[in-house]
Structures are given as structure tokens and as C-alpha cells.
Design a protein around this ligand. Structure first.
Ligand SMILES: Cc1cc2nc3c(=O)[nH]c(=O)nc-3n(C[C@H](O)[C@H](O)[C@H](O)COP(=O)(O)OP(=O)(O)OC[C@H]3O[C@@H](n4cnc5c(N)ncnc54)[C@H](O)[C@@H]3O)c2cc1C
Length: 355
């Protein structure tokens, strides 16, 4: 059974969809609550509907790394997207980090800026990270190869469910409605009709903040649901991990909280095909590897939580933001390819500005 480590935000927002809305956001993760935050701050009337509860999806189940950039190293990103685009991606994610924390407005979201370390899995990755250090410094980003790992001092960590809760708490009364499962969308000339159970809503604009689940509503959207698994230990009496670590081209990651718990996740690289799924249950195969790895890191405390969550991968590796082709009045803000905490707040700002 999936038992996420992070407690969901304590507030409950039960509701039904409105009969009419200027803007209707579907999905109550970091993307949906960021959209609501940006729209509310621009005095746009928006309602967010979520089929379970806010932070139920990947946003309440992730590792909470606030990393600069995409999954690949800067050197690989420069090769894939070009130097200018890579620089832009790193700038956006750095800004995402700062702006999202500011938006919490002093609420406790477990934020620390210890930096992160990218630990190479072998010679190939080591060469890419050494090259990345040089390219990053040339482009005025902070990065340091310490002989063993690439240190990104500006990176941080967070309690992701608390962050979603902090954004949600700033919404107008009635703007969030949990327990609303949108099952169909019909775009018309001037609006979109949504169905949720027996309710119907006419929305001027709809924004899909449904990440991995988007193809369930719009099958033509190319987002691949992808499972990621984690475990957490009880608090350790000593510090075994100095800063959050990311390794094996982003496939493996671990951190230790200020309160001592060790969180470790990933290892999807050992069984890529089985993890292309919407099934959010942990598997014995990957959990066995996480068990072994956490002991190798020196953690001794018992394992208290094992869980999985569903990420949404795009073909380009970049988020989808903007109007959806062939569906008037429908926008998308999704496809964060395992990096939604690093991207979604600024991607939501971009979409809110379009609207
Ligand atoms: C184990 C794991 C570790 C990760 N680690 C990190 C990390 O360290 N750093 C990082 O940046 N990212 C990480 N990620 C990725 C990150 O969690 C996601 O990119 C991010 O949470 C996506 O946010 P979202 O709001 O787009 O989607 P979600 O949080 O998945 O929210 C989508 C919501 O839409 C709702 N929904 C879907 N369909 C409907 C419908 N039809 N009607 C109503 N509601 C609907 C769902 O219930 C869900 O709550 C990790 C992911 C996992 C699973």
C-alpha cells in the first residue's frame, strides 16, 4: 500500500462544481494551486476542482528537491536545447524557487537552502558534470565540482504538501472544491461544458493542471504517466547525509530532513518499462533496492513509509504551457517530467498571464 511520508494539508475544501465560472482549473497539485494563486493575485475569478484532495497526486508524494534546471545535466541540456534555451531553463527554475517560497508568505513549508550535490554514477556522467561546472560558471550560475560531486549551492528542499497547502490557504473562500471528478469536457463556441457526476459547469476558460492524468480527459495529449517510488525512515540519531543528493542522471535521489528522517527514491532506471504506469502502488522489486541503498548510506532506523506517485513525462522533457491545440478555451499547465516543484510555479505564472 502507498503510504506517503508527507501529511496532506489539514484543511478540507469539500464542494461541488459551480454552474458557471470565468476560469475553471482542474487539479489541486502544485500546478493547480499555483495557477489559482497567480489568477487570484490578478483579480481573475477562478475556481479549482480536485477529484480527491489537494496535494493528493505527485505534489504530495515527491522528494521535495528544488533543483535548478531539468533532469539532465547542464552539458546535456545545452546539447539538447541549445545554450540559450538551457540558460533560460536554469534561470526560470532559479526564479521558480525564489518566487514560490515568497508566495508561501512566511508559512512553514520546510524550506532549506542547503544546496544539492549531483553524484556521478560513472565516468560518462562524471565527464558531463565537470563540463557542466564550466558551462554553468561561464553562464554566471553558481556551481562547483568538489572533486567528487557537482555542488549547486543555490538549490533547496521543501515539504511539498505543505507548500501546496500554503498556496491553497490564500485562496478566496469557495475557490477550491475537493471531491469533484471531471469526467468530460465539451468545448463550444464561447465556453466549455464540463461534467462531474450529475453536475455541469459552463466555464469561460478551463486549465488542465492534471499532469499525468491529463490523457484520461484528453487522450490526444502526449503525457506519459510514470511511477516513481520512495521510502522514508524514522528519525536517525546522527546526520548521515550532508545535503540532498541526486545521482544516476537523476534516476536516484536521497536527502535527510532537519528532524533526522532519511528519504530515498528513484531506481526507476533498473526497470524502466514497468514504471510506465498510472498504478501508484510501490513494488517489491524497487523497494528492495531502496532498502539496500538506504542501509548503504548508513541509515539504521526502521522504515516507516513506502509509497509511489505518478509523474507526467513529455517527449521534449519540458512542461506544456498554453492553449491546447484544437480545443478552444482550454489551456494546459502540465507535463513536468519529474520536476514540477522546480517548474510549476513559474509555468503557472506564464499561463495565468496568457489568460
Ligand atoms: C516519488 C516522486 C518524487 C519526485 N521528486 C520530485 C522532486 O524532488 N522535485 C520536483 O521538482 N519534482 C519531483 N517529482 C515530480 C513532482 O511531484 C511533479 O512534477 C509535480 O508534483 C506535478 O504537479 P502537478 O500539480 O502538475 O500534478 P499532481 O500533483 O499530480 O496533481 C494533479 C491533480 O489533478 C487531479 N486530477 C486529475 N484528473 C482529474 C479530474 N479528471 N478531475 C479532477 N481532478 C483531477 C489529481 O487528483 C491530482 O491531485 C517527484 C514525483 C514523484 C512521484
Amino acid at each position: 500500500m502507498s503510504t506517503p511520508f508527507w501529511a496532506p494539508p489539514p484543511e478540507k475544501y469539500p464542494g461541488r462544481p459551480p454552474a458557471k465560472a470565468d476560469v475553471l482549473i482542474i487539479g489541486g497539485g502544485i500546478a493547480g494551486t499555483s495557477l489559482l494563486w497567480h489568477l487570484t493575485n490578478r483579480r481573475v475569478d477562478a475556481v479549482l476542482v480536485e477529484r480527491e484532495h489537494i496535494a493528493w497526486g505527485a505534489s504530495g508524494r515527491n522528494a521535495g528537491f528544488l533543483l535548478a534546471g531539468v533532469a539532465s545535466s547542464y552539458a546535456e541540456a545545452v546539447r539538447t536545447y541549445g545554450r540559450e534555451k538551457a540558460r533560460e531553463l536554469w534561470e526560470i527554475t532559479n526564479e521558480n524557487h525564489d518566487r514560490m517560497i515568497e508566495a508561501a508568505r512566511g508559512q512553514e513549508v520546510g524550506h532549506r537552502r542547503l544546496g544539492t550535490a549531483i553524484l556521478p554514477s560513472g565516468e560518462d556522467e562524471r565527464a558531463l558534470l565537470i563540463e557542466s561546472e564550466q558551462l554553468l560558471q561561464e553562464d554566471s550560475f553558481q556551481a562547483r565540482w568538489d572533486g567528487r560531486r557537482l555542488i549547486n549551492p543555490r538549490d533547496g528542499e521543501i515539504n511539498p504538501a505543505a507548500m501546496v497547502g500554503a498556496l491553497a490557504r490564500q485562496a478566496k473562500p469557495g475557490a477550491i472544491r475537493e471531491g469533484v471528478h471531471v469526467t468530460s469536457m465539451t468545448p463550444r463556441a464561447r465556453d466549455v461544458v464540463l461534467t462531474a457526476g450529475e453536475d455541469e459547469c459552463e466555464a469561460g476558460v478551463v486549465i488542465l493542471a492534471t499532469n499525468a492524468y491529463t490523457p484520461q480527459l484528453v487522450p490526444s495529449v502526449k503525457i506519459q504517466p510514470t511511477r516513481a517510488q520512495m521510502l522514508a525512515t524514522a528519525p536517525e540519531s546522527t546526520t548521515t547525509i550532508d545535503i540532498p543528493v541526486y545521482s544516476h542522471f537523476g534516476y536516484r535521489y536521497w536527502r535527510q530532513l532537519a528532524t533526522g528522517e532519511v528519504l530515498i527514491g528513484g531506481w526507476r532506471d533498473t526497470t524502466l518499462e514497468t514504471e510506465k504506469t498510472l498504478d501508484a502502488e510501490p513494488t517489491a522489486e524497487i523497494q528492495k533496492q531502496l532498502d539496500r541503498a538506504v542501509r548503504e548510506l548508513g541509515a539504521k532506523a526502521e522504515v516507516t513509509h513506502r509509497w509511489a506517485g505518478t509523474m507526467g513525462f513529455t517527449e521534449s522533457g519540458l512542461p506544456m504551457a498554453g492553449p491546447l491545440e484544437g480545443m478552444p478555451h482550454v489551456y494546459i499547465c502540465a507535463g513536468f517530467t519529474g520536476h514540477g516543484m522546480g517548474f510549476a510555479f513559474m509555468t503557472a505564472k506564464q499561463v495565468a498571464e496568457m489568460i
